[in-house]
Ligand binder design. Structure first.
Ligand code: TXA
Ligand code: MG
Length: 320
């Protein structure tokens, strides 16, 4: 691990600067969560609307006491099982958590990432760090330092390079603000695993009129090239006169020889597919295509998070 870079990054955070940092899910755009001016710069650089609150990252479980008002037993159990890891918890916030972090909500989203560099950065900075994905608002999340550099490189103070992200899709968000726990965003921890601890969890990922996670807009995580979730020889023939690219889940067989293609996991492994998702879409997005046809994946385990991102990327919004 590059100790010197982490130290440098923590000094920048302390001074109110912006540092992109690796996590197990995607790269985050970090700033001191208790410095409202630094946080305002995060919104500016991302061109993110101020109504879309940020996730606060902590380096040690005990730090939740600085952020949450009270912690129900259910939440304690989840934290024990899944932190550090790709699980974000939404609960009522303490008064000293700046309003700009939570977009004026009385609740705050918190997670402890499973990444040595991120944890060290937070600890050395001596403060929790906000971390939206380090991309321009609405575009694909970055899973390498290079992705961050391409989009935000000249607008931020430092990029901590931790190589490619292991999980590749963002954290699962669960809210405990109402009586029953609610899934706000499917992500790196499969819903099945969470339900094995909590029992049935309500799903609230498509409530577009009054989204509980304001960032879950129907059109999100989108490349410039339109994506359609269509996958057959017939579809490919239908778009014959266009420049199309293919995003396959698994070994595509004969379909693979027709157009530029990215295969997420030859063997059909959902974890491998999640880890490759955003990089594969980016590569297709750089080819100047008219259209990307994507193969639907089974909606189990990480497949749920991948399909959620593909639906949003396809501009149609999530259905499920
Ligand atoms: O994996 C991740 O969570 C990554 C890495 C960098 O940690 N971060 C990330 O942050 O995906 P971002 O800002 O791209 O997505 C945060 C989501 C948004 O949809 C936002 O609306 C929701 O979390 N959120 C934040 N605070 C909330 C709150 N108090 N109540 C409900 N939703 C909230
Ligand atoms: Mg994001």
């Amino acid at each position: 691990m590059d100790e010197e870079s982490i130290y440098k990054a923590s000094e920048i955070i302390k001074r109110g600067g912006l540092v992109a940092f690796p996590t197990e899910t995607v790269y985050g755009l970090g700033a001191d969560a208790f410095n409202p001016i630094a946080v305002a710069r995060v919104f500016e650089v991302k061109r993110r609307p101020y109504f879309d609150p940020l996730i606060v990252h902590i380096g040690d479980q005990s730090e939740i006491n600085k952020l949450f008002k009270a912690i129900p037993y259910n939440v304690k159990r989840l934290i024990e099982c899944f932190w550090p890891g790709p699980l974000t918890i939404v609960l009522f916030k303490k008064d000293n958590v700046p309003d700009i972090v939570t977009s004026g909500l009385q609740t705050v989203a918190v997670r402890m990432p499973r990444h040595e560099m991120a944890l060290k950065l937070i600890k050395l900075s001596g403060t929790p760090i906000v971390g939206p994905s380090a991309n321009s608002f609405g575009y694909l999340s970055p899973t390498t330092a290079e992705h961050v550099r391409e989009q935000l490189g000249d607008q931020i103070d430092f990029i901590l390079n931790g190589g490619p992200c292991e999980v590749g899709v963002e954290s699962t968000i669960i809210s405990f603000v109402e009586e029953k726990p609610k899934l706000l965003r499917p992500g790196g921890i499969p819903l099945e695993e969470i339900e094995s601890i909590l029992g049935k969890v309500e799903i609230d990922v498509n409530n577009h009129k009054n989204p509980s996670a304001p960032g879950m807009l129907p059109k999100h995580y989108a490349p410039r090239t339109p994506i359609l979730l269509e996958w057959s020889e017939k579809s490919i023939r239908k778009y014959r006169d266009k420049k199309i690219g293919l995003l396959a889940f698994k070994d595509p067989g004969p379909l693979g020889s027709i157009s530029p293609i990215e295969v997420l996991s030859k063997s059909g492994d959902l974890r491998e597919a999640a880890a490759n998702l955003f990089t594969a879409i980016r590569r297709l997005d750089q080819l100047g295509l008219d259209l990307i046809l994507a193969e639907p994946l089974p909606e189990v385990g990480l497949g749920r998070a991948i399909m959620d991102r593909l639906r949003r990327a396809s501009h149609k919004g999530a259905i499920n």
